[in-house]
Design a binder for this molecule. Structure first.
Ligand code: ACO
Length: 323
């Protein structure tokens, strides 16, 4: 059976770090409020010349280097982003060009904070279907550019960055012990649009718009939705929380992460948390967290790793893989 196996990973962050203390100078907030409600201590904010494509390109190059591959080895690039460089063409195509790659195909997927889960799921379908052998999957965002910097209820929560993995088709026995993506689960429900959206767009206002969020409403739904897709992944594979080596959740809020882990009986020592240093980087948060935990040796080859996210739409989903 063909499996999509992680062959490399990488990440890239903007140069500038903005601490909670600096946020206190911009809006009426405090380090204490932000840390207590979210766990966020700092975020990276893109400066002049840093865009979703430039961060995505750097993350892609790092992932290729670790995989000991070049762009010539890649068949497909899938970029998860809600903050593209342009309305069109797709930022994935821009990254493809920046990598000097003029073969294969590249496209964006847009599922806000669940974007990386959607992109990995799509890449896995291409690989298992025999349509691609190696896929570069990137999550890259510059949410700082769609924030209303006078709105303290949202601007303290988000940051910029990019992460990437290379998925490669490998022939395996197809058991839970084999490496690669074991199962993926995607969900969406557009009835929740007004709770988390951007109030602009090419077809409505002709402007980019700003992020709007009813934080308490999002919070109310988050744990239940995350639990739903994690339990579905366990059921599909006959695994349980005890089998997991690592949970790598979307990094929106420390309280959501802790609440979901507790509900599922996953000890916090098995949860990768980077929201304190990155803030919420939307589709980039999971590959950024993967890069941290795999670089420092926590996630090792053969580990069972569960990814999950929930975000605007609402969209939510999970990926269970053996690293
Ligand atoms: N600094 C200080 N006070 C603030 C701030 C701030 N930055 N923001 C809001 N407050 C105030 C509010 O005005 C309110 O004051 P009031 O009681 O006088 O009206 C008080 O703090 C409490 O506000 P709540 O919104 O009720 O605070 P809550 O405890 O719900 O925390 C938060 C807010 C952190 C946004 C929380 O609701 C949350 O994390 N929600 C989930 C958000 C999330 O995960 N979003 C990402 C989804 S992923 C995606 O797709 C983008």
């Amino acid at each position: 059976m063909i499996r999509s196996v992680v062959r490399g990973f990488g990440a890239s962050l903007p140069k500038r770090v903005v601490t909670n203390r600096e946020m206190e100078e911009k809006v009426d907030t405090s380090d204490e409020w932000i840390v207590q409600r979210t766990g966020i201590r700092q975020r990276y904010i893109a400066g002049e010349g840093e865009t979703t494509a430039s961060l995505g390109e750097a993350a892609a190059r790092a992932a290729l280097e670790r995989a000991k591959l070049t762009p010539a080895d890649i068949d497909l690039i899938i970029l998860a982003t809600s903050t593209p460089d342009n309305t069109f063409p797709a930022t994935a195509v821009n990254i493809q060009n920046r990598l000097g790659m003029h073969h294969g195909a590249a496209f964006d997927v847009q599922a806000v904070c669940s974007g990386f889960i959607y992109a990995v799921t799509t890449a896995d379908a291409y690989i298992r279907g025999g349509l691609a052998r190696r896929v570069l999957v990137i999550g890259a965002e510059t949410f700082s550019r769609i924030l209303d910097w006078s709105d303290r209820t949202t601007c303290v929560l988000f940051g910029d960055g990019a992460g990437a993995i290379v998925l490669e088709a490998q022939e395996t026995e197809g058991t839970n012990a084999d490496r690669g993506v074991l199962t993926t689960k995607l969900r969406s429900d557009g009835a929740h649009k007004e709770k988390l959206y951007v109030d602009g767009g090419p077809s409505t206002t002709g402007t980019v718009g700003h992020l709007k969020m009813e934080g308490r409403e999002v919070f109310k739904h988050a744990v239940g939705m995350i639990t739903d897709v994690i339990e579905a992944a366990f059921e599909a594979t006959g695994t349980t929380a005890d089998d997991l080596d690592w949970l790598v959740p979307h990094q929106a809020n420390r309280r959501i992460i802790d609440g979901s882990a507790k509900k599922l009986g996953i000890p916090l020592e098995k949860v990768v948390v980077t929201v304190d240093i990155h803030g919420n980087t939307s589709a980039a948060s999971i590959p950024l967290a993967l890069n941290e935990a795999a670089s420092d040796g926590r996630i090792k080859e053969g580990d069972l790793v569960l990814l999950e996210a929930m975000g605007g739409g609402f969209t939510w989903g999970s990926v269970l893989l053996r690293w």
